[in-house]
Ligand binder design. Structure first.
Ligand code: ZN
Length: 140
């Protein structure tokens, strides 16, 4: 159980006790007691709502941290090998061909479709990238 869940549980118990004390209102006629009890119950209810919001916020933050960690882990494995990115696997071997435009612009890994031994196309942004194989003769 998380710390907030423990606090929420303790708060529920405190609210239950406050409710029980409210039952003694009829026996205790003092107005200040009734006023203090009403304030206590109101404050406990406010705290319970705030704690539930805080718990939801922490869950969202945990999700965001997990996503950022995954993104960072992937980023550490990406290697640019002109004209595309490749991902380093656990054995240190580079795998796949990923679009440079999509990864650099939006951080999205888009596999490239092979058009020829030296050219590839991205199915998302339609970028065609080519690798100079070094065997071409220069134009004169
Ligand atoms: Zn692309």
């Amino acid at each position: 159980m998380s710390d907030i869940a423990v606090i929420l549980s303790a708060l529920s118990s405190a609210m239950s006790i406050a409710k029980d004390l409210k039952g003694f209102e009829t026996q205790i006629k003092e107005a200040s007691f009734k006023l203090q009890l009403a304030d206590l119950y109101s404050n406990l209810a406010d705290i319970k709502v705030e704690m539930a919001d805080l718990q939801q916020s922490m869950i969202s933050k945990d999700d965001e941290i997990r996503t950022l960690k995954e993104t960072l882990e992937i980023k550490g494995k990406m290697v640019y090998t002109d004209p595309y990115y490749q991902m380093e696997n656990s054995e240190g071997t580079l795998e796949g061909q990923y679009c440079k435009v999509c990864y650099d612009d939006i951080g999205k890994l888009m596999s490239l479709e092979s058009l020829s031994p030296v050219s590839w196309k991205c199915g998302k942004c339609n970028t065609i990238c080519t690798r100079d194989d070094g065997n071409r003769k220069p134009f004169y």
